[in-house]
Write a protein that binds this ligand. Structure first.
Ligand code: ADP
Ligand code: MG
Length: 630
């Protein structure tokens, strides 16, 4: 092929904008742990081998040469090159352009935004936590060539780029190309030349990729006979006693694409009705796409050591943060990915696995409360989805639930702690929902509970507004929102021994309440005497049959609720303000006061006054009046 025809066959493509952004960030990052590129390339090579194994089940011709999948690393110190080659599934012309020119991986965009927002040092840390994929090659190489031939394909293609905004694709000489699979050639930068040292590279691979399920070999010089680094045996098939914590961590990193340490490892072999091995991890940090509502789980399904899919729902959605694998001999190897979802065997595995993971979490909560608290801070808001999704396990999930409360301080309370410390006469578990913890702590609705030393749970996750009102019971105790219905505090003694009788409102106060009820009829369903206030003059609560007010806000915010129920305004008859107000004869003043009490209560709930303009006018009138009287 002459220079000109080669020129003619060469296509130039620009990287997708997000790829350019990612590349720029990676090349210019001061991230010192550049060796992660090797793990990324080996993981891609291993994925390609696993895809081939899977495809070959239905199309054995793909592996007709009898070559078992393997990964070969070859080094060339003189040319300053490192090559990662696999005999996996390979990429066609179009696949090369699609896979190595765009970003498919979900979460990458969110990841980039976090890096850009982070301070310089932290950004580097973040890169380390997140698998950055193929493009990480440009952290160490100023030019990368990828030569690939699709299994059973009869053409081969070369992709090349210097990582600066564009790449080229051209036909590759078949004689030069791998017989099957992909060769990634890194032309290393001057300061990355240590990646041609066999000793260094071998150490890194053992450390980072010792457990990829495909054998890895290494050759120190071009043409030299390679030696084996790892035999590709599956870690999960080994007896637990033979596996070190470092082995587990390495495997976890491979399967999760994160670089942190797992906070919990669950490894077991189930026998009996279904036979399968599971190796599952709770990640040590939050994945970047945790809150993505479409995100499915990331557990991989193997059938007799052949990777089938990472799309099967091996766990309920509320355990979607788990990473790991299930390997079963109960499913046929040639099961289609579509069939898997409906398989009763899968349903039964999901049930067994869920149970084992929850039990492991329970054990951890007992043996290492601190570690469990860390897991809860990361994933509690997801686990709590199970409280309304998985009725059967609600009791078990409530047992795991941890919350802040009026007595927790910085720590977390379990519901068992709560029930143990309940006051005489207390029948319910009280909670307050809202997005902002500081604001919740300042809620007037808490006063009557505080006065009695009754603990109130602060439920600050959006998901709390969905499970708590559908009142589960814990240990036979119902849950009650302290912003809904009448407070049932009469049977609990006050801590300071003062009278517990509901306060009798004086005739004046009663008249004022009736007056306010009429004035505010458009905004509130009722105005009544409160038994939950001790200091504040007024607060808002939902009526008994209405939705919890926080849930109402969330639904309205999501556009799923058009009209809100009117709340109830509760008045504290013992408040000095209310008592002196009630004695006032001036109708205009009483009207302004009633409205201001309502708006004040709204503000304390984190809402706006019903009409900011009128609110300001009423407040000004009161100011003027106060100033005149002085
Ligand atoms: P990810 O592996 O998370 O999908 P990468 O950036 O590592 O992201 O790789 C992007 C895509 O490029 C892969 O999904 C795959 O389709 C393709 N790819 C990369 N390396 C190989 C390889 N050695 N063999 C076949 N396909 C590959
Ligand atoms: Mg990858």
């Amino acid at each position: 092929m002459t220079e000109t025809t080669l020129e003619k066959d060469t296509e130039q493509h620009r990287f997708e904008a997000d790829v350019s952004r990612l590349l720029h960030m990676m090349v210019h990052s001061v991230y010192s742990d550049k060796q992660v590129f090797l793990r990324e390339l080996i993981s891609n090579a291993a994925d390609a081998c696993e895809k081939l194994r899977y495809e070959a089940i239905s199309d054995p011709g793909l592996m007709s040469d009898g070559e078992a999948p393997q990964i070969l690393i070859s080094l060339d110190e003189e040319q300053r090159r490192l090559v990662v080659e696999d005999n996996g599934i390979g990429m066609s012309h179009d696949e090369l352009i699609e896979a190595l020119g765009t970003i498919a991986r979900s979460g990458t965009k969110a990841f980039m935004e976090r890096i850009e927002a982070a301070k310089s040092g932290e950004g580097a840390e973040l890169i380390g936590q997140f698998g950055v994929g193929f493009y990480s090659a440009f952290m160490v190489a100023d030019k990368v060539d990828v030569i690939s031939r699709k299994a059973a394909g009869n053409d081969a293609w070369q992709w090349s780029s210097d990582g600066k905004g564009s790449f080229s694709v051209q036909p590759a000489e078949l004689g030069d190309a791998p017989a099957r699979g992909t060769r990634v050639i890194l032309h290393l930068m001057e300061d990355a030349k240590n990646f041609t040292s066999k000793w260094t590279v071998e150490r890194i691979i053992r450390e980072q990729s010792g457990h990829v399920p495909v054998p890895i070999r290494i050759a120190e010089k071009p043409g030299e006979e390679p030696t084996s680094i790892s035999d590709g045996s599956a870690l999960w098939t080994k007896p637990k006693g033979d596996i070190s914590e470092a082995d587990y961590t390495d495997f976890y990193r491979g399967v999760s694409g994160q670089y942190d340490d797992p906070d919990l490892t669950v490894h077991f072999r189930a026998e009996g009705r279904n036979e399968y091995t599971a190796l599952a991890f709770v990640p040590g940090s939050q994945p970047f796409d945790l809150s993505d509502p479409d995100r499915k789980g990331r557990m991989k399904l193997y059938v007799r050591r052949v990777f089938i899919t990472d799309d099967a729902e091996l766990l309920p959605r509320y355990l979607r943060f788990m990473r790991g694998i299930v390997d079963t001999s109960d499913l046929p190897l040639n099961i289609s990915r579509e069939m898997i979802q409906d398989s009763p065997i899968l349903a039964s595995i999901r049930k067994g696995l869920t149970g084992r993971i929850l039990t492991a979490l329970e054990k951890l909560a007992e043996s290492d409360a601190e570690k469990f608290a860390k897991i809860w801070e990361h994933f509690g808001s997801v686990i709590k989805e199970g409280l309304y999704d998985d009725f059967e396990r609600r009791g078990q999930l409530l047992g795991l639930t941890r919350v802040r409360s009026t007595v927790s301080g910085e720590g977390l309370r379990s519901l068992a702690d709560y029930v143990k410390d309940m006051k005489d006469g207390q029948k319910a578990i009280y909670y307050l929902t809202g997005a902002n913890l500081e604001q919740l702590k300042a809620s007037p609705q808490l006063e009557g509970y505080r006065a009695r030393g009754v603990e109130v749970l602060f439920l600050t996750d959006a998901v709390d507004s969905f499970w708590a009102p559908n009142a589960p019971e814990f240990d036979g105790k119902p849950f009650r929102s302290i912003t809904q219905g009448a407070a049932d505090l009469d049977e609990i003694a006050k801590a300071d021994g003062t009278s517990n009788e509901p306060s009798e409102a004086s005739a004046d106060v009663q008249t004022f309440i009736a007056f306010a009820k009429e004035k505010l009829a458009e905004e509130v369903a009722d105005v009544r005497v409160s038994s939950r206030l001790t200091d504040s003059a007024a607060c808002l609560v939902a009526s008994d049959q209405a939705l919890d007010r926080q849930l109402e806000r969330i639904l309205q915010g999501a556009g799923r609720l058009q009209t809100a129920e009117k709340p109830v305004l509760e008045i504290n008859p013992n408040s000095e303000l209310i008592q002196s107000l009630a004695g006032q004869g001036d109708e205009a003043l009483r009207s302004d006061a009633a409205w201001l009490l309502l708006d004040e209560a709204r503000i304390l709930d984190g809402d706006k006054p019903s009409n900011p303009r009128l609110f300001a006018e009423r407040l000004s009138r009161l100011f003027e009046r106060a100033l005149k009287e002085h």
